[in-house]
Design a protein around this ligand. Structure first.
Ligand code: NOJ
Length: 534
């Protein structure tokens, strides 16, 4: 296709390296394991891979606590493996995006080890240190999102340091020009290696109010953290000039990309950080919390359309390594019908779709006992919230030992349903979720309207259905999604004067349901029609 722009027209596939494929029998996935499965990734029809962090890390937050930004953690392999992965991915026309965790480091990072030694250490100002108040209490009322205060007293110097997340993840001081320089060098290091883009972890939290003003209190919120208005500890104006500098650096290389993970995201907040001289894209996670109702999804879609109109390109995501999988949120038992509707929606909206490994086979979250929980947030909030281990269980490749993920005991248990739910089984079944993903990705590539076309919502369609159009000057495609379990009739008369073609249906019924200009949409069916092709 002409002018194919990978991050706008393509689909991005997130790999959680610890859980994808283990090549050296230590129970943890690794880079050679990913290389081994690259043909599979290519066979899906996606265009890019985003790797969750692969840098050296003590793993308090499973890789999101980095102790060296320019190296590979030995449990994942070495730099040669990384270069091989990059090369092999590029050979298959797959771009590679790295996760940059630059809001904080691990407390084991040599910068922090130096910083905490003394108040006059040259690295002291790499982090945020504050004196206690006169009565010895915390410098202000800010809290850590993972629970408790964000201030940790370091006895050696009698000062507190700031951490948005765990105390083992001290926040960097982005106001220090030396930190800024170090970080831009991290971008350069990976860009020069040929990496195609970055996912910026909680980028909108890099800057904090210079005066450390108390956050105003709110009346409600489940956790103490939610009972504060986070206006001084995030989304500071200093972020904009920095994003411009990062973008200018990226633009020195061809077709590089940055997607930001907005801290405390909303659609409107995410969109304000994007544009021609800012980020290419930023995440909002409203879909991840959306109820299974056409109306609820539509509301979010309209907000994305409005917030990004004429400004930047939207993106859609139903899963990632931090939330309960969509298969567990929406699937009923082992039935995947709703997931098929969700996948057609994700891959036909106007915006870059992000998939999370395992989503394509409908992986469900694993259930763990308290003693099995590894994620520290799970420990902290148990039993109210059980943490994020559930969605991070190993990929299910086949029905052999440990689902073909590893010959050793995996770091997290494999979902016991792997005997029936696995890649190998779904590849053989042309009605499986995986087969539908592949088919849908193929159709998406064949129709420019699905990648780049305008988006228009259909009106006057039956309750709990979502009908929309993707159009270019030459092509008009209609997508009809039934979120309910009852059949619905979709009237195509006015649209099909020149005939229409059913491009895809997620339903196994083979008999024709397109009669007299009407289509009988089954319960939880997704259907795509080509209305006109000049
Ligand atoms: C967001 C990441 O997605 C999450 O896994 C991590 O715990 C936090 N940022 C802190 O880096």
């Amino acid at each position: 296709m002409d002018n194919f722009l990978w991050w706008r027209d393509g689909v991005i596939y997130q790999i959680y390296p610890r859980s994808f494929m283990d090549s050296n029998a230590d129970g943890i996935g690794d880079l050679p394991g990913i290389i081994h499965q690259l043909d599979y990734v290519q066979s899906l029809g996606v265009d890019a891979i985003w790797l969750s962090p692969i840098y050296p890390s003590p793993d308090v937050d499973f890789g999101y606590d980095v102790s060296d930004y320019c190296a590979i953690d030995p449990k994942f392999g070495n730099m040669q493996d990384f270069e091989e992965l990059l090369d092999q991915a590029h050979k298959r026309n797959l771009r590679l995006i790295l996760d940059l965790v630059l809001n904080h480091t691990s407390d084991q990072h040599p910068w922090f080890q130096e910083s905490r030694k003394s108040k006059d250490n040259p690295y002291r100002d790499y982090y945020i240190w504050k004196d206690p108040k006169q009565d010895g209490s915390f410098p202000n009322n800010w809290l850590a999102i993972v629970g408790g205060s964000c201030w940790q007293l370091d006895p050696q110097t009698g000062q507190y340091y700031f951490h948005h997340y765990f105390k083992e993840q001290p926040d960097l001081n982005w106001r220090n020009p030396a930190v800024r320089k170090e970080m831009l060098n991290v971008f350069k290091f990976w860009l020069d290696k040929g990496v195609d883009g970055f996912r910026l972890d909680v980028f909108s939290a890099y800057f904090k109010d210079a005066n450390f003003t108390d956050n105003p209190k709110k009346w409600f919120g489940i956790r103490p953290y939610d009972r504060l208005e986070h206006i001084y500890d995030t989304d500071r104006p200093e972020m904009f000039p920095l994003l411009k500098e990062i973008r200018a650096l990226l633009d020195r290389y061809p077709q590089r990309y940055a997607v930001g993970e907005t801290y405390l995201p909303t659609i409107e907040k995410a969109a304000q950080y994007c544009g021609d001289d800012l980020l290419h894209a930023a995440f909002s996670f409203e879909f991840l919390e959306c109820r299974w109702r056409a109306k609820s999804f539509l509301k979010i879609i309209k907000r994305w359309e409005k917030a990004t109109a004429g400004k930047c390109w939207p993106n859609y995501v139903l899963n990632n390594h931090d939330v309960i999988r969509s298969a567990s949120r929406y699937g009923r038992g082992e039935n995947d019908d709703r997931l098929k509707v969700a996948l057609v929606m994700l891959l036909t909206l106007r915006g870059t779709p992000f998939l999370y490994d395992g989503e394509e086979i409908g992986l469900r979250d694993i259930k763990l006992k308290k003693s099995e929980i590894l994620d520290p947030v799970g420990h902290h909030y148990w039993p109210l919230y059980k943490g994020r281990d559930g969605c991070r269980a190993p990929m299910q490749w086949d029905d052999s030992l440990n689902a073909g993920f590893s010959t050793a005991r995996p770091w997290l248990p494999v979902n016991p349903d792997y005997g029936v739910r696995n890649v190998q089984a779904q590849e053989k079944d042309d009605r499986s979720l995986l087969s539908l993903y592949k088919k849908m990705l193929r159709i998406r590539k064949e129709h420019i309207a699905l990648m780049r076309g305008d988006f228009e919502v259909g009106t006057k369609y039956p309750a709990n259905t979502l009908v929309y159009f993707r159009c270019t000057a030459d092509e008009q495609i209609m997508v009809a999604l039934n979120f309910g379990s009852r059949r619905k009739q979709i009237d195509l008369n006015a649209l099909c004067a020149d005939g229409c073609e059913l491009l895809l249906s997620s339903h196994p019924l083979t008999e024709t349901r397109l009669m007299d200009g009407k289509y009988l949409l089954q319960g939880n069916e997704a259907a795509i029609f080509l209305l006109k092709k000049i």
